[in-house]
Design a binder for this molecule. Structure first.
Ligand code: 3H9
Length: 694
C-alpha cells in the first residue's frame, strides 16, 4: 500500500508510504484521494492530517513516471490537490524531512501546514528542466510573497523550514513530536467552523511586481541560453500575478506539458538518475559491508596530492600527508592554506574553519606515519617504476585491510596491484585537476579489487561530494580514452582545412565549456605530446596528425609558455588567434599533400562528438563502463560536456543511432577516415531501433 489510513479520536491520518521518498506516483495519488473520501464519509472524523512515512513528507512527483501514461492518468496531482483543497473537513499537512516539488504543492493545497524544523522545502523542478506543474508557481507566491517564491522557484534550491517560519507558509513550527502536534492542531481546527483557508484565495502583494519580474528575467538570462525552464517559471508566476489564480494555473499546466518533453528536461533527468545509478555497481550488492575509513593518508603534496587531501579534510576526515622532502611538504601545505585563504576571502569559509581544517592535516616525511591509515591514496609521479617503489613500500607498512589507492590517470592498475601481496585491497582513485574542485572521480576496478573495497570507496566518494564512476582497467580509463579520439579528430580537421579558433568556436557553440585547443593550451600541450610519443612506440601503425608535434617542437606548450595554439599576453588568459600558428597549419597541409577545404561547423561538432560516442560504445562493449549513463556522468562532471545535452551517449540517442552510424560511415570514407572504426554496438542498436539508454 502506498498510503496508510488510520484514525485517532476524530482525526484521520493519511500517511504517504511509498519509499524511498514518498514520490507521488499513480498509486500514491489514488491512495490520497481514497483517504480523503473515506474521511469525508466518516461522520466521526472532524479533520484530516496528511503526512509522510520514513525519510520524507514527499520528494514530489514520481520522476520515473514522466512521459509515461501513468503521469497523466487520473487522479493526476492537480486533481488530488483540488480534492484536498476542496475537502469540507480541514486538511493539515504535517511536514518533516523533505517537502519538494509536487510534495510541497500538495502541502500548499492543504488548509493548514505545520512543520518540523530542519525540513528541506523546495520547488526543485527547474533543476529537472521543468516548472512546478501542480500549482506551485501560483500558490507559493501567495503563501510566502512574490520575491521569496520566485527565488525558490527559479533556483530550485531547498530552504530550511525554520528559515520559512513566519513567511506565511506554515501555521506552526513544531519542536517536539510532529505526529502528536499534528493531531492536536487538527483537533483544534476540526472544532472550528469552516470554510477553512485556502492559499489560492490569498493575494499577491508587491509594490512593484512588474519591476521585480523583469529583474528576475535579467538574472536568469545566462542560464536561459541553454535551458528554457527558468524563463517559463517566471512567465507562469507573472501570469498568476497579472491574470489571477485560475488563468495562471492553466498557463502553468501548458508550460509543464511542453517543458517535460524538451531534450533539456530529458538531459537533466538523465543526469539526476545517472548520478544515482553511477554509485550502483551491478555485481556489488547494496548491502555489501564497507570498511571503516577514519584516517586517510595521501602520498605526494603536489598540486594533485594537496587537492586530494583537501577533499577528505573538507569532510572532516583527518589526513596524513607524506612527502619525500621538507621543502616540498612545506610548499604543499602552503598551497593548501592558500586555497583555503582564497575561500575565506570570498566569504565561503570562516577563518576559524580554515584553522580547523589545517589542523586535520598531519604532515610527515616518514612512511611509518602511514601505519594507521585506513585508506592511502598515492599521487606521485606518473611512472610505473615510481609507483612500484611506493606500492612495495606500502605493502610493507600499511595495516591489514587498509585500502591502497593509486591516482594514476594512465597506468595499469592491475600491474600496480601486482607490486603488492594484497591486490584485493588495491584500487584506482583517479581525481581530476583541480582535485578539490572537480566533481568527477573515476574509481578504477582492478581484476582483483575486492567488492567491499569498491563499496567503501563509492560510499566515501559520496561523503567527499564526488560523482564516482567505476571504470575497468584500460588505457585512459573511460574519460581520457574517449578524449583521445576527440583530440585526434580535432587535429585531423586542422590538417584538412580548419583553424583552431574555428574548431573551438563550433564546439563551444554546441555548449562545451572550452574547445580542444583552448583546453590544450590551458593544460599544457606537452602533456598530449608525451602521450603521443608513447603511442608512437606502442602502436606505430596508429595514424595521428603530426601537426601538434610540430607545434610542440617550437616550444609552444600553451599558456604557461605564452603561446600554444593561440597567442597569450603575459598575465592574461585570453586566447588570441596566432597568425604564426595558422600559417604553420596551412604549410603543414601542403607538406602532407592535403588540399585544404572549408569544413562546416556541423561537421566539426559531429566529428568531435561522434568520436566520443564511438569510443564510448566500445568502452561499453568491453565492459569497461557498465552502463551508458556512467559515461555520460564522466563527461558531464569531468570534461565540460554541455549539461543540456545530457552527455555524449544520451546526445547520440537524441540524434538517433541510425544517424550517428550514417555520419560515422561517411567520415570513414573521407581522407583520414581510417581513424573511424565503427563500434559494432552502434550498428546493432541502430538496426534494432534502439539507443544506448533503451
Ligand atoms: C515534480 O514534483 C513535478 C510537479 O511539480 C508536477 C507534477 C505534475 N521521483 O537522492 P537520493 C529516488 S518533479 C522518483 O539518493 P537523498 C532516487 O532516484 C519532482 N524517484 O536520496 C533514489 O533512488 P535509488 C520534484 C525519486 O536522501 C532514491 O529516491 N522533486 C524522486 O539523498 C533516493 O534518492 C525533486 O526534484 C522522485 N521525485 O535525497 C526531488 N526523488 O535509491 C528530487 C528521489 O533507486 N529528489 N528519488 O537510486 C531529491 O532531491 C532527493 O532525492 C531527496 C532525497 C532530497 C528527495
Amino acid at each position: 500500500m502506498a498510503v496508510d489510513y488510520t484514525t485517532h479520536d476524530g482525526v484521520a491520518v493519511i500517511t504517504l508510504n511509498n519509499p524511498p521518498v514518498n514520490g507521488l506516483g499513480l498509486s500514491t495519488r489514488a491512495g490520497i484521494v481514497e483517504g480523503i473520501e473515506r474521511a469525508e464519509r466518516d461522520p466521526a472524523i472532524r479533520a484530516i492530517v496528511l503526512t509522510g512515512a520514513g525519510k520524507a513528507f514527499s520528494g514530489g512527483a514520481d520522476i520515473t513516471e514522466f512521459n509515461t501514461p501513468k503521469a497523466t492518468q487520473e487522479p493526476t496531482l492537480a486533481t488530488v490537490i483540488k480534492i484536498v483543497e476542496g475537502s469540507a473537513k480541514p486538511v493539515v499537512a504535517a511536514i518533516h524531512s523533505v517537502a519538494m516539488g509536487g510534495g510541497l504543492e500538495l502541502a500548499l493545497g492543504a488548509h493548514y501546514r505545520i512543520a518540523a524544523p530542519g525540513a528541506q522545502i523546495a520547488l526543485p523542478e527547474v533543476k529537472l528542466g521543468i516548472l512546478p506543474g501542480a500549482g506551485g508557481t501560483q500558490r507559493l507566491p501567495r503563501a510566502i510573497g512574490l520575491e521569496a517564491a520566485l527565488n525558490m522557484i527559479v533556483s530550485g534550491a531547498p530552504v530550511d523550514s525554520q528559515k520559512l517560519a513566519g513567511s506565511g507558509l506554515f501555521d506552526e513550527l513544531v519542536e517536539g513530536d510532529l505526529a502528536e502536534a499534528a493531531l492536536a492542531f487538527a483537533r483544534k481546527v476540526g472544532a472550528q467552523a469552516g470554510p477553512h483557508p485556502k492559499v489560492r484565495e490569498r493575494k499577491i502583494d508587491h509594490p512593484n511586481a512588474e519591476g521585480f519580474i523583469q529583474f528576475a528575467r535579467n538574472s536568469v538570462a545566462a542560464v536561459a541560453k541553454h535551458f528554457p525552464a527558468p524563463l517559463k517559471c517566471i512567465d507562469a508566476v507573472e501570469a498568476g500575478v497579472k491574470h489571477g489564480f485560475d488563468k495562471g494555473l492553466a498557463f502553468e499546466r501548458e508550460c509543464f506539458v511542453a517543458l517535460v518533453q524538451t531534450p533539456e528536461s530529458r538531459a537533466l533527468r538523465h543526469a539526476f538518475f545517472g548520478e544515482r545509478a553511477a554509485s550502483k555497481i551491478p555485481d556489488v550488492p547494496a548491502d555489501t559491508p564497507v570498511r571503516e575509513i577514519r584516517r586517510v593518508a595521501v602520498i605526494g603534496a603536489g598540486t594533485m596530492g594537496g587537492g586530494i587531501a583537501m577533499n577528505f579534510v573538507n569532510a572532516g576526515i583527518p589526513v596524513t600527508l607524506l612527502e619525500m622532502k621538507q621543502e616540498a611538504l612545506q610548499r604543499g601545505l602552503a598551497t593548501i592554506r592558500g586555497n583555503y585563504e582564497a575561500s575565506v576571502k570570498k566569504g565561503k569559509l570562516k577563518a576559524e574553519a580554515l584553522e580547523a581544517r589545517m589542523a586535520l592535516i598531519t604532515p610527515t616525511l616518514s612512511y611509518d606515519a602511514l601505519k594507521d591509515a585506513d585508506l592511502i591514496v598515492e599521487a606521485v609521479f606518473e611512472e610505473l617504476g615510481v609507483k612500484e617503489q611506493v606500492f612495495r613500500r606500502l605493502d610493507e607498512i600499511a595495516k591489514p585491510g587498509a585500502i591502497l589507492a593509486s591516482n594514476t590517470s594512465t597506468l595499469d592498475v592491475n600491474r600496480i596491484a601486482a607490486f603488492t601481496k594484497r591486490a584485493q585491497d588495491v584500487v584506482g582513485m583517479h581525481f581530476f585537476s583541480p582535485a578539490n574542485v572537480m566533481k568527477l572521480l573515476e574509481v578504477v576496478r582492478g581484476k582483483e579489487t575486492a567488492k567491499d573495497v569498491l563499496a567503501t570507496v563509492m560510499k566515501l566518494a559520496k561523503q567527499i561530494r564526488k560523482t564516482a564512476v567505476v571504470s575497468g582497467v584500460c588505457d585512459g580509463f573511460i574519460g581520457n580514452r574517449m578524449i583521445e579520439q576527440y583530440i585526434r579528430q580535432a587535429l585531423f580537421m586542422l590538417e584538412e582545412g580548419a583553424l583552431p579558433a574555428q574548431v573551438d568556436r563550433a564546439i563551444e557553440k554546441f555548449g562545451f565549456a572550452m574547445g580542444p585547443f583552448r583546453m590544450s593550451d590551458l593544460a599544457g600541450n606537452d602533456i598530449g605530446w608525451a602521450i603521443r610519443k608513447r603511442r608512437y612506440q606502442e602502436q606505430p601503425d596508429l595514424h595521428y596528425s603530426k601537426i601538434a608535434d610540430r607545434l610542440c617542437e617550437t616550444g609552444r606548450f600553451g599558456q604557461k609558455t605564452g603561446g600554444g595554439w593561440y597567442d597569450y599576453v603575459a598575465g592574461e588568459r585570453t586566447a588570441r588567434p596566432s597568425t604564426l600558428v595558422d600559417d604553420m597549419i596551412v604549410a603543414y597541409s601542403k607538406e602532407v599533400n592535403t588540399e585544404r577545404r572549408k569544413i562546416g561547423d556541423d561537421e566539426i561538432v559531429e566529428r568531435l562528438v561522434f568520436a566520443l560516442v564511438n569510443e564510448g560504445a566500445k568502452i561499453l562493449e568491453e565492459g569497461i563502463a557498465s552502463k551508458a549513463s556512467d559515461i555520460d556522468m564522466v563527461y558531464l562532471t569531468g570534461y565540460g560536456f554541455p549539461l543540456h545535452r545530457g552527455g555524449p551517449m544520451l546526445y547520440a540517442d537524441t540524434v538517433g543511432l541510425y544517424n550517428v552510424e550514417r555520419a560515422i560511415r561517411r567520415y570513414a570514407a573521407q581522407p583520414n577516415g581510417d581513424a573511424w572504426q565503427l563500434a559494432a554496438s552502434i550498428a546493432e542498436l541502430a538496426a534494432a531501433g534502439r539507443g544506448f539508454n533503451g
